[in-house]
Design a protein around this ligand. Structure first.
Ligand SMILES: *Cc1c(COP(=O)(O)O)cnc(C)c1O
Length: 440
């Protein structure tokens, strides 16, 4: 039976378990969820690392040729199989025709970035003219702030989420009411509000439209760092009226380390907000090569380009964005909610049993429990030493990461992770935690 879009993950899991007449924590539930997953074939479009090839692996603990459990797509997405093909296309072109490659082929180099910009529009919810693919994320953040942060004696602050809020109620995540409160109180002196879409450590998804609306009502520009949001959650930057945003493409967007980053400038600013640093690729194409030193700036985001596009980085991003186009963000998000909900369900189940047997280490999920307040990542903390838990998981072929102070971030990615991956991860986690107890 098809799950209704309104069914909560825990209800889906219990319903399937009832249909199969098994416990919700049995492996059959994972296998059935995979069978019913209409996106499961997208896994075949990626190289999934083998456990035996991973540097920290303990070969005595894993089977030969077993796939790694790769839950690190929030940090570096896996490689789409088509990357190599697309790179070879441009390398061949370069070998065969040299500089003529600027003008011809599937991705003429002069407009290489523009040849794939259209594939990004649905991922961030913007018009093609509002997006530019260039540089790295931090570079783009600097370029955007140079244009949007124009301090005056009265309005000179930048509001950031990190450490900007009282954390004395012992919560790891931020309350929307506290955020809106600060904007209400301080808004008149704030020039720019710069938030992340999804917080890199806690996995908290902020209410982007509400923060935007509150900030703009106070006369602030509102921008977002979408490093952990792009390709993870649904975004509607244009409709939400966000002023500016930037993101990288090597995390959920699978473009490879150092991949081509994105920037967004809302079309309402196309003729008013200008780049502070100008380069020849921000100049209109039809007169760019006249070199007459009269700047004809392209309006909007594209005018922020400085240099000619790095075609080899375009290739790897192209391969990944084509997969997103086929899968659609809407369907990916739907699967993601269930996949992460399943992970949460299995962890909580262990945790519940745990309370009775007080000797077992406790697992806490610090990521918000509400679907609309998180993406695919869960951040786990432990009463056992986190470093030990992490090392033992690594030895068994789980790829995730540890982050200070004491969190392990796990991100099941709907494009290439399966429900069976989640099941296997939790089984390994439980066996590691059980061994912690016996070691003590
Ligand atoms: C990943 C990440 C970055 C990385 O910046 P680069 O310029 O791509 O090195 C920056 N900010 C946040 C919040 C990130 O998560």
């Amino acid at each position: 039976m098809e799950p209704s879009p309104l069914e909560l993950p825990a209800d889906t899991i219990r319903r399937i378990a009832a249909e199969l007449r098994c416990s919700p924590t049995d492996v059959q539930v994972a296998l059935r969820l995979d069978e019913e997953d209409k996106l499961r074939h997208f896994r075949e479009y990626f190289y999934i690392p083998k456990k035996q090839d991973l540097p920290p692996i303990d070969l005595s603990l894993v089977n030969k040729d077993e796939n790694a459990i790769y839950f690190l797509g929030n940090s570096l997405g896996l490689q789409p199989k088509m990357v190599k093909t697309y790179l070879e296309e441009e390398l061949d072109k370069w070998a065969k025709i040299g500089a003529y490659g600027h003008e011809v082929g599937k991705r003429p180099w002069i407009t290489g970035d523009e040849s794939i910009t259209g594939l990004m529009i649905d991922i961030v919810g913007a018009n093609e003219k509002e997006i530019v693919l260039m540089n790295g994320l931090t570079v783009n953040l600097h370029l955007l702030l140079l244009s949007f942060f124009k301090p005056t004696p009265k309005r000179y602050k930048i509001l950031l989420e990190a450490k900007a809020f009282p954390s004395d109620h012992g919560e790891e995540t931020l309350r929307m009411e506290d955020i809106l409160d600060v904007i209400e109180k301080e808004g008149d002196s704030i020039a720019v509000i710069l938030f992340s879409g999804v917080h890199f450590y806690t996995g908290q998804l902020f209410n982007i439209p509400a923060i935007t609306k509150a900030g703009q009502a106070k006369g602030c520009f509102v921008g977002f760092d979408l490093a952990h949001a792009a390709g993870n959650v649904e975004l509607h930057l244009h409709d939400w009226g966000v002023d500016f945003a930037c993101w990288c493409s090597y995390k959920y967007l699978n473009s490879g380390a150092g991949g081509l980053a994105g920037a967004f400038v809302h079309e309402k600013h196309a003729h008013t907000i200008k780049p502070a640093l100008v380069g020849w690729f921000g100049h209109e194409l039809n007169t760019r090569f006249k070199m007459d030193n009269k700047l004809q700036l392209i309006p909007g985001a594209t005018g922020f380009r400085i240099s000619n596009p790095p075609i080899l980085l375009v290739c790897s991003l192209h391969a990944s964005l084509e997969i997103f186009k086929q899968a659609t963000m809407q369907a990916l998000r739907r699967k993601s909610v269930l996949l992460t909900g399943y992970l949460e369900y299995l962890i909580k189940n262990y945790h519940n049993k745990d309370k009775a047997e007080s000797k077992k280490p406790v697992v806490n999920i610090i990521t918000p429990p509400h679907i609309e307040e998180r993406g695919c990542q869960l951040t786990l903390t432990f009463s056992a030493p986190m470093k030990y838990v992490f090392q033992e998981l690594e030895k068994r072929g789980v790829v995730c990461d540890k982050r200070e102070p004491n969190g392990i971030r796990v991100a099941p990615v709907p494009l290439y992770n399966s429900f069976h991956d989640v099941y296997k991860f939790v089984s390994l986690l439980i066996s590691v935690l059980d061994s912690t107890e016996t070691n003590n």
